[in-house]
Design a protein around this ligand. Structure first.
Ligand SMILES: *Cc1c(COP(=O)(O)O)cnc(C)c1O
Length: 380
């Protein structure tokens, strides 16, 4: 069976995990710190704070910005459900806008109509590794004095052109960017997340809140000569990354550029081979470089499930288009989320006619040819 995705983990990661275990310090410690420092310098952010997942990163980001009950946060429904959930964890209401059919990202032209006096922030998603149109989103955010959080879960290593310069996603372009290291993403620590920002105060807040709001971290207490009693000034969380994960993350980050290079080659081959098929291939605007976390095509007018079953039957895993949170039972009811009067037709069409094809490190050109050949047979 050809999988949809496969993490790339080698001897270096195994050794890093083993070293952390044998060091005797396995929770958040020096390896997490080194991973943070390397990640910050990789993306070009002043600060990076590691946490247990992107979901907890998104919650911390919105919480630290003061998002609370009664507030509205504009985001997309067309995303993994964790995006909208993070808004609800703060007691706020996710207000959904539709996506651009070319990039599957938030359509900046629809943004302003969703703003109300209760709007506090925009939570944009760089879906499946493709950067959003940040300059357009930021212009609207500044005009209306809104905070901007980037859900960059899939986007480690993707780039965007800002004022003629290539910059990494996470630099950050909004207030805070949040990354995931789940195995379905381009680099993994098993589970894990990262918040990047240039705001030192926000970073200090993340560091306090991720560790129960403990005034003196355990690492400091354990290495101190005197007895220190810690305090808990505010309500905190346990959102820590372990040092085992931190060690793995350091090794994964070293591989990131070469992993992306391989993914970009495979994606380009897909795009070339799919040209003659009745499908829509993903568009990469000239102002961005995707890390191709996923390769999603559209198969309009084709029944999705039989097509996926046909691929499954010949040993090739696929996934449907990215989900829409507003269609889930957990989002039923106008008090939970807001959907525009015109609905979210592009988001829904993308879920219903999108098809994610296998793309992973170690996949051969022959594998790509085989996927396209099998797809061609099913589409005639
Ligand atoms: C994977 C993903 C998340 C959740 O990440 P976790 O690390 O699994 O919590 C959030 N948003 C998007 C867009 C994702 O793809």
């Amino acid at each position: 069976m050809m999988p949809i995705a496969k993490p790339f983990l080698g001897e270096e990661e195994a050794r890093a995990a083993s070293e952390a275990i044998l060091s005797g310090w396995v929770t958040q410690g020096p390896r997490v710190k080194e991973f943070e420092d390397r990640f910050a310098s990789y993306v070009g952010a002043d600060c990076a704070c590691a946490v247990s997942s992107c979901t907890t990163a998104l919650h911390l980001a919105l919480y630290a910005l003061g998002i609370k009950a009664g507030d509205e946060v504009i985001t997309v429904s067309h995303s993994y459900i964790a995006t909208a959930n993070s808004v609800r964890y703060c007691g706020a209401i996710p207000v959904f806008v539709d996506i651009d059919p070319d990039t599957y990202n938030m359509d900046p032209l629809l943004l302003e109509a969703a703003i109300t006096p209760k709007t506090k922030a925009i939570l944009c998603v760089h879906q499946v590794g493709m950067p959003c149109d940040m300059p357009a989103l930021l212009e609207i955010a500044r005009k209306h004095d809104l905070k901007v959080v980037e859900d960059a879960a899939c986007c480690a290593g993707s780039e965007i052109m800002i004022d003629g310069q290539w910059e990494k996603i996470g630099r950050p372009h909004g207030d805070i960017a949040c990354f995931s290291f789940h195995p379905r993403k381009v680099i993994t620590t098993g589970d894990g997340g990262m918040l990047t920002t240039n705001n030192i105060e926000l970073d200090a807040t993340f560091r306090l809140l991720r560790q129960h709001a403990m005034s003196v971290p355990d690492t400091v207490r354990h290495s101190a000569r005197e007895v220190i009693f810690e305090e808990y000034p505010v309500l905190g969380f346990n959102y820590r990354m372990t040092d085992i994960q931190g060690g793995i993350g350091i090794e994964q980050l070293k591989r990131l550029d070469s992993l992306i290079e391989e993914r970009r080659k495979l994606a380009a081959l897909y795009t070339e081979l799919l040209q003659d098929l009745p499908v829509v291939t993903p568009l990469e605007p000239e102002w961005c470089r995707s890390n191709w976390q996923s390769y999603q095509i559209m198969c309009p007018g084709v029944a999705q499930k039989p097509l996926m079953q046909g691929m499954q039957d010949v040993g090739i895993a696929t996934r449907r288009g990215i989900m829409c949170a507003h269609r889930e039972k957990a989002y039923a009811g106008s008090e939970i989320c807001r959907v525009p009067a015109a609905g979210l037709p592009v988001s829904e069409q993308t879920q219903d006619h999108g098809l994610i094809l296998p793309l992973f490190p170690g996949m051969s050109e022959a594998d790509v040819h085989q996927v396209v050949q099998e797809l061609a047979k099913l589409l005639v």
